[in-house]
Design a protein around this ligand. Structure first.
Ligand code: GLN
Length: 533
C-alpha cells in the first residue's frame, strides 16, 4: 500500500518546494523505500509543452514522451529514477478527462460539478500514478501557493484523500518562507502563521512545516511557529539557503525528517542508513577544485531555470572530473558575440531551442569553436547549428534549417517526414526515449562504450539526408543513427579536440551520482583545454 506525502507551499513562490519534496524523497529512498513523485500544476495548459521557457523554465521530457514541469527533473535527479509522464497532473488534464467522460454519457445525467467529479478525477489520477509503479511512498507536490484560486479543487481533493486513505497514510508538509527583516534585525514568523491559517481554512492541518530562510533560524523561532501553527516542535524543519541544492537532503536529515515521517506514517525504514553515499557526492561538488568555465549560448538566459537540466548535468560532469564548473550564460540574440567573453571560456554548449531568434549567435559560436579548437557540445537545436555552420563553411551558401525559412536552396536541417502532416502544436513532436545506434570508431562510441543507447527527444526537425554527400569532404562524421539508419542522431568533427552534436537531450538522464557520459567527457575535454589553452 502506498503512503502519500503531500507538499504545499505558502507565503511566496520560488522558495524551493520542488527541492524540498525531492529531498524528502531522497532521504526516504536512502532508507530503502521505493519513492515516486507527482507534480500538480494548477494551470489550464494540458502539459508544459506549449509554455514559453520564460513562464515556468525548462520543459522536462519523460522517457515516455510527456512534456512536463521542471520539478520532475529535480525528482528524477534526487531519486535517481525515471518517472512516467502521468506524474505531472494539470488542471487541463483533469478537466479534459472529466469533460470527455461527460460527452460519453458516463455521468448518467448527473450535473457535473467540481465536487465530486473534478475532485474524484484528481484523486483517481494520483492513485493511478501511485499504483503504476507500486511505490512505498509517493510525494505529491502542489504547485503555486495556498490561497491561489486555481489550487482550490486540488486542496479539496487532497483533504479528501487523507480522509479516505486514513490519517496514518497521508502526511501534509507545508513549505513556507521565514523572512529576515534587516531593519528589525530579526526573523519573522507571521507570514508562516498566516499561510498555515490559510491552509487550515481548506480543512488541511499540516503535519510538518518546512521553514525556508536565508540563514538558520533558532530554537525560539521554531517554538513560536510550533505554538502558533499547532505542529509538534520536532516537525518544524528549517532549511536555510544551501551552497548546492544537493545539500538540502543532508540539512533535512540533520533535522531528523526521516524519523519523524517514519513514525507518523508507520513506515518500515531500513536502519542500514545510506545517505552516506549522497554526502560523498555533495562533498565532491563542494570541495575546492580547479574551475572550468562553460558558456551556454542561448536566448532564454535571463531565466537560468530555462536551462536547468543542462546546468545540473554540467555540474555533475564537473564533480565526476574533480573540477568545479562555472556556468556562464551568454545571450545568442545579439548582433555579434563578445569575443573577449568567448576567449575566456574553456568549453561552449549550445542548448536546444525553437525559432530563428538568436540563431546567428549560435552559428557564430560554432564557427569560433572550430577556428579556436574549443570543445563544443551541441544539443538538438545546438546540433542543428553545428550542421548549418559547417554547411556554410563548405560553400553551401545561406544553408539553414527549414524551421527558419521555407525558401532555402540548402535546407540542411529539414522537417521530419512524419511531422509534415502534423497540425496541432501540443504534444506532437518526436518525444521521449528512442534507441540510437552508435558507429564504430567514433568519439560517441568510445564515450558511451556501448553500441545501442536510449536517449530522450523533443524535436520536429532533423539532419537532411539529401545533403549527406555534400558533407563527405567536410570532416563531419555521422556517429549515431536511429536503428533504421534513417535519422542522424549524432555528429562530430574530425581534427577537432571535442566537437559533438546530438539530436537528443542527454541532460535529462544525468544524475549527481551518475553523471551523463557525454557531459563527463565534455567537461574533461574543456578542463584539458583550460590547461593547454
Ligand atoms: N526547434 C528544433 C526542432 O524542433 C530543435 C528543438 C530542440 O532544440 N529541442 O527540431
Amino acid at each position: 500500500m502506498t503512503k502519500f506525502i503531500v507538499i504545499t507551499g505558502g507565503v511566496v513562490s520560488s522558495i524551493g518546494k520542488g527541492i524540498t519534496s525531492a529531498s524528502i524523497g531522497r532521504i526516504l529512498r536512502s532508507h530503502g523505500l521505493k519513492v515516486g513523485a507527482i507534480k500538480i500544476d494548477p494551470y489550464l495548459n494540458w502539459d508544459s509543452g506549449t509554455l514559453n521557457p520564460y513562464q515556468h523554465g525548462e520543459v522536462f521530457v519523460t522517457y515516455d514522451g510527456m512534456e512536463t514541469d521542471l520539478d520532475l527533473g529535480h525528482y528524477e535527479r534526487f531519486l535517481d529514477v525515471e518517472l512516467p509522464g502521468i506524474s505531472n497532473i494539470t488542471t487541463g488534464k483533469v478537466y479534459k478527462s472529466v469533460i470527455e467522460k461527460e460527452r460519453k454519457g458516463d455521468f448518467l445525467g448527473a450535473c457535473v460539478q467540481i465536487i465530486p467529479h473534478i475532485t474524484d478525477e484528481i484523486k483517481k489520477m494520483i492513485r493511478k500514478t501511485a499504483k503504476m509503479e507500486n511505490y512505498d511512498v509517493i510525494l505529491v507536490e502542489l504547485g503555486g501557493t495556498v490561497g491561489d484560486i486555481e489550487s482550490q479543487p486540488f486542496l479539496e481533493a487532497l483533504r479528501q484523500l487523507r480522509n479516505e486513505e486514513g490519517h496514518d497514510n497521508v502526511l501534509f508538509v507545508h513549505v513556507t518562507h521565514v523572512p529576515y527583516l534587516k531593519a528589525a534585525g530579526e526573523f519573522k514568523t507571521k507570514p508562516t502563521q498566516h499561510s498555515t491559517k490559510e491552509l487550515r481554512s481548506t480543512g488541511i492541518n499540516p503535519d510538518m512545516i518546512v521553514c525556508r530562510s536565508e540563514k538558520p533560524i533558532d530554537k525560539n523561532m521554531k517554538e513560536k511557529i510550533a505554538h502558533f501553527c499547532d505542529v509538534p516542535i520536532d516537525a518544524i524543519i528549517n532549511t536555510p539557503d544551501a551552497s548546492t541544492i544537493y545539500e538540502v537532503p543532508i540539512l533535512m536529515d540533520e533535522e531528523n525528517v526521516g524519523e519523524y515521517i517514519s513514525n507518523r506514517l508507520k513506515l518500515n525504514l531500513d536502519t542500514n542508513y545510506k545517505l552516506d553515499s549522497w554526502k560523498k557526492i555533495v562533498e565532491s561538488l563542494k570541495k575546492q577544485a580547479p574551475i572550468v568555465k562553460i558558456g551556454i549560448i542561448g536566448k532564454y538566459i535571463k531565466l537560468e531555470d530555462a536551462y536547468i537540466s543542462i546546468k545540473e548535468a554540467l555540474l555533475h560532469g564537473g564533480g565526476k572530473n574533480g573540477v568545479k564548473v562555472e556556468v556562464i550564460f551568454i545571450n545568442s540574440d545579439v548582433d555579434s558575440l563578445n569575443k573577449e567573453v568567448l576567449d575566456d571560456l574553456d568549453g561552449i554548449l549550445i542548448p536546444g531551442g525553437f525559432g530563428e531568434r538568436g540563431i546567428e549567435g549560435k552559428l557564430e559560436a560554432v564557427d569560433y569553436a572550430i577556428e579556436n579548437k574549443v570543445p563544443i557540445f551541441g544539443i538538438c537545436l545546438g546540433m542543428h547549428s553545428m550542421v548549418i555552420q559547417i554547411a556554410r563553411r563548405i560553400g553551401l551558401e545561406n544553408a539553414n534549417s527549414s524551421e527558419f525559412s521555407n525558401d532555402l536552396k540548402y535546407p540542411v536541417i529539414d522537417m521530419m517526414e512524419e511531422q509534415k502532416k502534423v497540425k496541432k502544436m501540443g504534444g506532437s513532436m518526436r518525444l521521449g526515449s528512442y534507441d540510437c545506434k552508435l558507429v564504430h570508431n567514433t568519439m560517441a562510441k568510445s564515450i558511451y562504450g556501448e553500441d545501442l543507447i536510449k536517449e530522450r527527444h523533443r524535436h520536429r526537425y532533423e539532419f537532411n539526408n539529401e545533403f549527406k554527400k555534400h558533407f563527405e569532404a567536410s570532416g563531419l562524421i555521422l556517429s549515431g543513427f536511429s536503428p533504421d539508419r534513417f535519422l542522424v542522431e549524432m555528429v562530430e568533427l574530425k581534427y577537432h579536440p571535442w566537437f559533438l552534436g546530438c539530436q537528443f537531450h542527454p541532460e535529462f538522464k544525468s544524475r549527481p551520482n551518475n553523471a551523463h557520459p557525454l557531459f563527463v567527457s565534455f567537461i574533461k575535454a574543456s578542463y584539458d583545454h583550460s590547461k593547454n589553452g
